[in-house]
Design a protein around this ligand. Structure first.
Ligand code: GLU
Length: 506
């Protein structure tokens, strides 16, 4: 066993390490929950680390939204960027010096090397490999440069990356133990000489993750199974540094109903969506606790697929119940299905269990909050003659589902097919656009120009999808108030439903 060195004595420390690249993801909360339970049951510490080294995908508001969403669910952490702690800083962008020093250690002990190829050279290599039907990977050309050659390149001022030197020779594989799966072996012929530090001096995920897990004294790495293929690289890094290897637990990925990896095209994946759409945090965390199992007398896969009326009450438990009764031994590896019908059923159970006072309070904290109503009121004040008309004009901002009939959304000059194809283009544009009036307007207009849809028809289509009507308060302002995740969900659901309708007509 490669990682048999004992970590059992060390106080338990676990972490989640989300990257602030967009809306907080349901997967982050699911993995966060398992880490939280593991730590709370063992008197351990739960660390929140922000992995923000990918500057190209960085989203400024994302970190705060991650904090808000985890707190909303009751998942409190012990150390993190906002709380501090003994092993900070907890934001990777504030630790670049630490990574640089560690890369030097690897260069010195020969477990990493500089690779001076230009991006163009690497691209040419990739193209050659693709043409030869080989898996694209670095060919190791600079693994054994002479010191004189390295010095010459450095003197020239050539840019370089630092790569992991995956050991040649015996043994030709790396093994590690996954606590849920047993020993996993990767042949070195399948492990790339991973870039550890990019030419801009920023570390890659692999280096920063291992250095931080070590320096933050993480005993158990509990993360999603999509990271299994990275783990041999991590194990090689621990060995290269001469460090103790933590325990690894790779949790089964959340899946769509069709068993594909959970994706926003098939399920809302933003925690902001669930909060804004009026899911109760107790229901959400309960639902996440059902994913992957872990509770005694776990529900079977088939229960998950049953109609709502047949769901069993043993599926209902609170976060403290989970702390008391969750057991990693009960985790099931079959992909847990993120079944929205089940989540809605659970949410309904929680709503019915509220006292009238707390039900009212829940409404006033969410879809009837002062903050929300204050944003809506100015959109309608000049457009109504009685206060009662407020409801007529704004119900789409409170409703869960809106489905305009074809005569509302298909413009006279267009066919249903063309209209739906254009709506799909609108969705793609909306997904990539900042959620402000200033950003949305030009982005949508540009799309209209490209596809030769008039501004009027372009905006009318979106208005119909969002509001179910051709008359509404100003469109972009309404979208901003409704929020990005709920608007996108509405457009996706619209497209999904229309697709199904078209299929049944065939
Ligand atoms: N930054 C990675 C993520 O976004 C962390 C993966 C890990 O836990 O090692 O999920």
């Amino acid at each position: 066993m490669t990682n048999s060195t004992s970590t059992t004595e060390a106080p338990i420390r676990v972490r989640i390490a989300p990257s602030p690249t967009g809306d907080p993801h349901v997967g982050t909360a699911y993995i966060g929950l398992i880490n939280y339970l593991y730590a709370r049951q063992r008197n351990g510490k739960f660390v929140l680390r922000i992995e923000d080294t990918d500057r190209a995908r960085f989203v400024a508001t994302s970190e705060q939204e991650i904090f808000n969403s985890l707190r909303w669910l009751g998942l409190t952490w012990d150390e993190g960027p906002d709380l501090g702690g003994p092993y900070g800083p907890y934001r990777q962008s504030e630790r670049t010096e630490i990574y640089r020093e560690h890369v030097e250690l690897l260069l010195t002990n020969g477990t990493a090397y500089r690779s001076f190829e230009t991006p163009e050279e690497l691209e040419a290599l990739r193209q050659r490999q693709i043409a030869a039907k080989l898996p694209p990977r670095y060919d190791g050309a600079h693994r054994e440069l002479s010191q004189a050659q390295i010095d010459a390149y450095l003197a020239e001022g050539r840019a370089y990356t630092v790569r992991l030197k995956v050991p040649a020779g015996d043994p030709a594989f790396t093994e590690f133990r996954d606590e849920l799966r047993g020993v996993i072996r990767f042949e070195h012929s399948n492990v790339d000489d991973q870039v550890l530090m990019k030419s801009d001096g920023f570390p890659t995920y692999h280096l920063a993750n291992v250095v931080d897990d070590h320096l933050m004294r993480i005993t158990d790495v509990i993360r999603a199974e999509e990271w299994i293929s990275s783990t041999p690289k991590h194990v090689l890094l621990y060995k290269a540094f001469g460090w103790e290897i933590p325990r690894f637990w790779h949790m089964p990925l959340l899946r769509n109903l069709d068993k594909s990896k959970i994706s926003k095209r098939k399920n809302p994946v933003s925690l902001i969506y669930y909060r804004q759409a009026g899911f109760l945090p107790e229901a959400m965390i309960n639902f996440l606790g059902l994913m992957g199992g872990g509770m005694p007398a776990p529900t079977t896969e088939s229960t998950l697929a049953q109609p709502a009326a047949k769901q069993s009450e043993t599926d209902i438990f609170t976060l403290p119940d989970m702390v008391a009764r969750f057991d990693v031994k009960n985790i099931r590896l079959g992909g847990p299905v993120f079944d929205l019908t089940k989540l809605k059923w659970l949410n309904g159970e929680y709503i019915r269990a509220l006292t009238p006072e707390s039900f009212y309070a829940a409404l006033r904290e969410t879809i009837l909050s002062d903050a929300y109503l204050q944003q809506i009121a100015p959109l309608v004040q000049t457009r109504i003659e009685t206060l009662g008309e407020f409801g007529n004009l704004t119900h789409f901002l409170f409703a869960d589902d809106i489905m305009p009939p074809a005569e509302v959304f298909v413009p006279k000059k267009s066919t249903p097919e063309e209209t739906l194809a254009f709506a799909a283009e609108q969705l793609t544009v909306l997904e990539a656009t900042d959620w402000t009036h200033e950003a949305l307007e030009p982005a949508l207009k540009k799309l209209g120009e490209e596809k030769q849809w008039s501004v009027k028809e372009n905006f009318m289509l979106l208005r119909a999808i969002l509001t179910g009507s051709t008359m509404s308060p100003p469109l972009l302002e309404s979208m901003v108030v409704f929020g990005k995740s709920r608007t996108l969900d509405r457009v996706r659901r619209f497209l999904e439903t229309q697709k199904k309708l078209a299929q049944t007509k065939k």
